[in-house]
Design a protein around this ligand. Structure first.
Ligand SMILES: Cc1cc2nc3c(=O)[nH]c(=O)nc-3n(C[C@H](O)[C@H](O)[C@H](O)COP(=O)(O)OP(=O)(O)OC[C@H]3O[C@@H](n4cnc5c(N)ncnc54)[C@H](O)[C@@H]3O)c2cc1C
Length: 458
């Protein structure tokens, strides 16, 4: 039998339930589909995926297989390739909170094959961890306590692959729509991306041996190199599974090694986001708490535009926004600071921030992004209360006491600032020496936010 394994956002051979099932059934045609609409919506994430493809192809070749890449609408591609290859089955992954399976089954069947959907190797099956009364958790800590007790399924090893008699054509590994959407940012961002399944496993091992012990103390310091695992983009494009990370860390947890518990609880936050989105599929568009519907958040506005461009005049915020634009990542502490500034000091709708992060993050993940934006804004599950407004200056003194992070991104002579000027669209007319000033002091904008919140409560 000939079967197709459509990799979707699972750009690995390890712990890949769809690939294992496909390999059991017959000769496998590994397929990746590059959809133009995805590149337009999420250019940084598309670049991240595109950069992973040569590595995936090399892994497949080392197993005497190949990678077939097709560009176009997924349903149309699946129908065409199923017909062309005479495949019996298309195996792929479901359960992504952001990819719809709508229309895929019918398209595959029109091509003469059957669609077989598999879970994405998350830590727990959706809906399996509940309160004693069978309700889903809405607060993280009890969710984590309960999840910790679960037997997390073992990851699956990469299968042996046999090849079909004839390989279909491939469109090649380049993703021109993603390159076009990233414009001049592509080359700058490429320097910060370390793609590939092997690279992700190496990073995990290095983190566990060198950095995990100090993770609890270092994870809040944006200037600290390797203070965190930097695995989120590999997780987001599926180069490594959460289960693989979990099982590598489990012995360290059992041995009581420093940092293991905190690190694994962060992985559980990712899982919690998936659970919340499973309960509330519109978490990325609707306030999780209904009462926030009347909050006077502003949509697009000039100050929010300055926020995106790192031109608010608030050093910690501008440094973070530049880090995001250049590297496609932003340190978690700084995500909270920039998010709080946008939604509270600038009274701007969290969805404006969510969409910008979707555009610019290489680790973009619908559930993590939505959960965290609503957490920061105060409208989400288990959120920080709205009145707890981060002061970016105080946060900077605490977590970037010597100003290293801010200096790297803001000092016109530093590498970070220069990279930002190189990557930013020409239309932004970046002048690194120009000073920017907020329209309102932090104290005033804080008061305005609190008063809007009091009105909502009233
Ligand atoms: C406003 C906002 C938006 C965010 N958007 C995203 C997003 O789109 N994609 C994304 O992966 N993360 C998102 N995060 C969470 C977090 O900032 C990143 O996961 C983290 O910075 C990644 O760095 P790391 O891999 O070194 O993390 P580590 O500290 O090493 O943590 C290990 C792993 O745990 C998970 N994790 C850690 N913190 C969180 C968290 N708060 N929520 C969910 N999972 C977490 C990640 O998968 C991460 O790779 C967002 C946070 C905020 C405040």
């Amino acid at each position: 039998m000939t079967v197709i394994c459509w990799f979707r956002r699972m750009l690995r051979l390890d712990d890949h339930p769809a690939l294992v099932a496909a390999a059991r059934e017959g000769a496998v045609i590994p397929l990746v589909i590059l959809a133009p609409q995805e590149a337009r919506l999420r250019p940084a994430s598309a670049q991240r995926q595109a950069m992973s493809l040569p590595r995936l192809e090399a892994s497949l070749r080392s197993r005497h297989s190949r990678l077939i890449v097709r560009r176009g609408d997924p349903a149309e591609v699946l129908e065409a390739i199923a017909r062309e290859t005479g495949a019996d089955t298309v195996h792929t992954t479901t359960g992504f909170p952001f990819y719809s399976d709508h229309g895929l089954k019918a398209a595959v069947e029109r091509g003469g094959a059957t669609l077989c959907l598999h879970h994405p190797a998350d830590l727990i099956p959706r809906g399996s961890v509940t309160t004693k009364t069978g309700d889903p958790y809405k607060v993280f800590t009890p969710f984590w306590k309960s999840m910790r007790q679960c037997d997390i399924a073992q990851p699956l090893d990469a299968p042996s692959l046999s090849s079909p008699d004839r390989w279909p054509d491939s469109d090649g590994l380049d993703w021109p729509e993603a390159r076009r959407a990233m414009r001049r940012g592509w080359d700058v961002m490429a320097e910060h991306i370390r793609p590939g399944e092997d690279e992700a496993l190496d990073r995990l091992d290095a983190f566990m041996s060198d950095d995990m012990a100090d993770y609890k103390a270092n994870r809040d310091l944006p200037w600290r190199e390797h203070g965190t695992s930097e695995l989120s983009d590999s997780l987001a494009v599926g180069e490594i599974s959460a289960r693989r990370i979990w099982h590598r860390c489990l012995p360290a947890l059992h041995d009581g090694r420093k940092g293991a518990e905190t690190f694994m609880s962060e992985l559980a936050w990712r899982e919690f986001g998936r659970e919340l989105m499973h309960q509330s599929p519109k978490m990325d568009s609707d306030n999780w708490r209904d009462e926030w519907a009347d909050f006077p958040w502003k949509r697009d506005n000039a100050e929010a535009e300055a926020w995106k461009r790192g031109q608010t005049g608030i050093a910690m915020v501008d440094a973070g926004m530049r880090e995001l634009y250049v590297t496609g990542r932003m340190h978690n502490r700084v995500r909270m600071i920039t998010g709080s500034y946008l939604t509270k000091n600038l009274l701007t709708d969290w969805r404006v921030g969510l969409e910008w992060f979707e555009h610019a993050l290489i680790d973009w993940d619908a559930a993590s992004n939505a959960m965290n934006w609503q957490w920061v804004a105060g409208s989400g599950a288990d959120s920080a209360p709205f009145f707890r407004i981060f002061n970016p200056d105080t946060q900077a003194e605490k977590f970037d006491a010597k100003g290293r992070y801010r200096d790297f991104w803001l000092n016109p002579e530093s590498k970070g600032a220069k990279s930002f000027a190189e990557a930013a669209p020409e239309s932004w007319k970046i002048d690194l020496k120009k000073k920017h000033y907020p329209a309102m002091s932090l104290g005033e904008s804080r008061k305005r936010a609190l008063s809007a919140y009091q009105d909502l409560k009233g």
